[in-house]
Ligand binder design. Sequence first.
Ligand SMILES: Cc1cc2nc3c(=O)[nH]c(=O)nc-3n(C[C@H](O)[C@H](O)[C@H](O)COP(=O)(O)OP(=O)(O)OC[C@H]3O[C@@H](n4cnc5c(N)ncnc54)[C@H](O)[C@@H]3O)c2cc1C
Length: 387
Amino acid sequence: MEFNLNEDQRAFQDAARRFAEKELFPFASEWDAKKIFPREAITKAGELGFCGVYTGEENGGLGLSRLDAAIIFEELAAACPSTTAYITIHNMVSWMIDQFAKDPVRQQLCPELASGRLLGSYCLTEPGSGSDAAGLKTTAIKKGNKYIINGTKAFISGAGESDILIVMARTGDEPGAKGISAFIVPAQTKGINFGEKEKKLGWNTQPTRFVFLDCVEIDEDFLLGELGEGFKIALKGLDGGRINIGTCSVGAAQGAINQAQRYMHERQQFGKSLSHFQSLQFKIADMGTELVAARQMVHLAAFKLDSHDPNATTYCAMAKRLATDMSFNICNEALQILGGYGCTQDFPVERLMRDARVHQVVEGTNEIMKLVISRKMLEEGATLQIR
Ligand SMILES: Cc1cc2nc3c(=O)[nH]c(=O)nc-3n(C[C@H](O)[C@H](O)[C@H](O)COP(=O)(O)OP(=O)(O)OC[C@H]3O[C@@H](n4cnc5c(N)ncnc54)[C@H](O)[C@@H]3O)c2cc1C
């Protein structure tokens, strides 16, 4: 078993860290405070390949593994979890099109997405169906060689800024997951309108909006995969998405710990630096221990997905649950170490904490992660080996 990064992974990690330090960290607080979507920085990330990390090389991506992607995204997230989380959603969209689009559509869109010249959004959630995503009501009705899509999507990351939407819609009479198909929908198509930006706790560098689809006509070639397979495709995207959110959480926690370590040496109280107080020493010891555990869990899940392990979905859910909960606790503890200054926007910790809090909800809440895990563990003749 090898725990060290290989030479290529170290090179990607260095490149991502340098990019994050130069292009993300110096601006992240302002983007957060002013709710600016940093499209230019995202396009620059695309120039380094970070918008198509696991999109195939033949389609313009880097063709890397999920584990490699986790190493890259963690570095970006330590600087700005919100922008990085959007980049990961975009990567999920690029990958879904790479894997499931018809050839001409894939050839047309993938290089544009992987380079960051076009941006994507993932549209599953609806006002009435969040955790119960298979209860979605948006419809796509076939008319000649077109589909006509009607419905409303809620909480869509990047909406209003992105160019390509992946929309899950009902194409069959069957209720639940079986009647759902997935479509590529160009965001400028007639009949699409966007809601106001949600006013949110975190993830403020990316817009979250309703998407209204009113008789939106798209060519039948924009169907992803086969008719009725859309929910499976959506969930396949989310396996990797959950590793990504876990990764963004590990990055946020690392950013918060870096700050807390520095502060404990700099800040003097009672005539000595905070690093001399045992309660804070124990706090930072727990934070470091939990960070390493979360990172290893995320890397294990990424490895399981890369190696097509039959239990990969369960490991992805475990990694998302563990990393997001631990990350929020670590950021919260870092804020405590900074005392009053931790509550101010002069330090990045409160921003990291707000972004980390969002991660416990998105891409399936942590309660839903526990449902996914327990279902597998309790199924007849359970095959999951917990080791
Ligand atoms: C900032 C942000 C960005 C987002 N971006 C996207 C996006 O890009 N694309 C997209 O499709 N969606 C997106 N979402 C939606 C997100 O995935 C949903 O908010 C999430 O899945 C939860 O759905 P809900 O908000 O409807 O909560 P609900 O499903 O109504 O859940 C409410 C509470 O009940 C709990 N609960 C529900 N069912 C059960 C159960 N069976 N057992 C135990 N507890 C349960 C939940 O865990 C939660 O605590 C985003 C959300 C946010 C906040």
